[in-house]
Design a protein around this ligand. Structure first.
Ligand SMILES: [Zn+2]
Length: 442
């Protein structure tokens, strides 16, 4: 836990890099998170700028903070980010991951990319708008969340369940994941996340002949589970072409020379999807995930004695469903694949909207394209963010943490040792967010 008491000054909105370095110095490693000192500090900043805010907590050590910078009659624009970070255990670091070191042009530390830099950009923007005389078109809401890396039960999931009224008039939000430069299918692009796959956890229970392990026994629960796992392993479930995937692939295809563009288009033809993915090999893994429900067995449970054949064994499945699909759908697909009649309990399902509301996309894409000369692509995400929770209260999130990372591989550094970000791009990103907030008029 960081014990430092960083100064609170009313010009810090001009220094997003300093904001980031201060944020990194709070050791908000999740678990346990311990986000309170960091959230309190953000509260002090808003206080110093004369902005009203409230905190909401299920666990008092893990509050969430919502500040409101007043604006005109347009619907509010929400800027949100999580302040918790993943652990640094067993990782090599050049600099202490919680010192906020600025060296060689980089800010080093856990959260430099995911996502204290984004929080710093949003915070700098909210404070800057508050410090200026000109009112924004609508209120600017800033939301700092706990517990994203743990699933959001103390963060975004808690807020939308217990305080949905906070989001009553909010249509659009900026958050994770996107805005940085990334090569997708050979296209230099700035992805903006508009939708994500839905987390669906299943427990499948197998029952069979039990008895003393000294006797020959067949038709055991273990045997049935093993057969299930073997059949699911590496097999694709049926193809689903969804509107968000269609939009994403078509945007990419537009940027590619004929043959490559046609290959991406072919992915959208269910008759050809799997053949094209086979040709693409490892390069197609992300596209594969965006065009199918996936099911991976991540844990099994059963048996507690060496010499007893258990009657019951349970396999735990982490399934990710494409937008519009429900748990029943993937269960049906698994039954068809394995020919088994499955006894399934849905342990968790985070439903998301079947299609994205693209209302703010063109505007955001325009800002990024003007500033970079690149192309912005609407992104359907294989993984999950807090966006899925906010979707439950009809808030459309756009992944918009603008960064120019150049050679720095975002996906390799996130959650890894030596996570770092060019200091320059923190300033640049904050400027892009500010520009988007000022241009937004509902
Ligand atoms: Zn994150």
């Amino acid at each position: 836990m960081a014990s430092h008491e960083p100064p609170v000054s009313t010009d810090i909105h001009e220094r997003p890099v300093d904001l980031l370095r201060e944020l990194i110095r709070f050791e908000t490693v999740n678990p346990p998170g311990d986000e309170k000192p960091c959230i309190d500090w953000i509260g002090d900043l808003f206080e110093a700028y004369g902005v009203e805010y409230d905190t909401y907590a299920r666990d008092p050590d893990r509050p969430n903070l919502l500040a409101r910078v007043p604006g005109g009659d347009a619907p509010p624009l929400l800027l949100y980010g999580h302040v918790d970070v993943v652990p640094v255990t067993d990782q090599e670091w050049t600099h202490d991951p919680f010192e906020g070191v600025l060296e060689d042009g980089y800010v080093w530390g856990r959260g430099a990319l995911d996502m204290k830099s984004g929080v710093a950009m949003f915070l700098a923007t909210a404070l800057r708008v508050a410090a200026e005389d000109e009112q924004p078109a609508g209120d600017v809401l800033f939301l700092a969340l706990s517990d994203e890396e743990g699933g959001g039960d103390d963060g975004a999931a808690f807020l939308v369940e217990e305080h949905p009224e906070l989001f009553d008039d909010v249509e659009y939000a900026l958050g994770e994941f996107g805005g940085f430069d990334m090569e997708i299918a050979g296209v230099e692009s700035h992805p903006i996340q508009v939708n994500e796959k839905q987390v669906c956890w299943l427990e499948v229970t197998f029952r069979g002949q039990s008895g003393h392990a000294s006797l020959p026994i067949s038709g055991t629960a273990m045997g049935k589970m093993a057969s299930f796992v073997r059949q699911v392993d590496g097999e694709r479930l049926p193809v689903h072409v969804t509107p968000p995937a269609e939009r994403m692939f078509e945007s990419l295809a537009d940027e590619l020379p004929d043959a490559h563009g046609e290959r991406l288009q072919a992915l959208l033809d269910p008759e050809r999807t799997d053949d094209v993915l086979d040709e693409m090999g490892a390069d197609g893994a992300m596209f594969d995930a965006l065009l199918h429900n996936t099911a991976n067995v991540t844990r099994v449970r059963g048996g507690d004695k060496e010499n007893v054949v258990p009657e019951e064994v349970t396999a735990f499945l982490d399934c990710r469903l494409v937008p519009g699909q429900e748990p029943d759908d993937v269960v049906r697909e698994l039954e068809a694949l394995t020919g088994m009649d499955l006894d399934v309990e849905v342990v968790r399902f985070d439903p998301g909207p079947p299609a994205a509301d693209m209302g703010l996309f063109d505007e955001l894409a325009g800002h990024l394209e003007n500033a970079t000369g690149g192309v912005a692509i609407p992104l359907l995400m294989p993984g999950g963010t807090d966006g899925r929770h906010l979707a439950k209260v009809d808030v459309q999130s756009y992944g918009y943490i603008p960064m120019q990372l150049g050679e720095l591989p975002f996906l390799e550094l996130v959650h890894s040792g030596d996570e770092r970000i060019p200091a320059e791009t923190v300033e640049w990103g904050a400027e892009r967010v500010y520009e988007a907030v000022r241009a937004y008029d509902g």
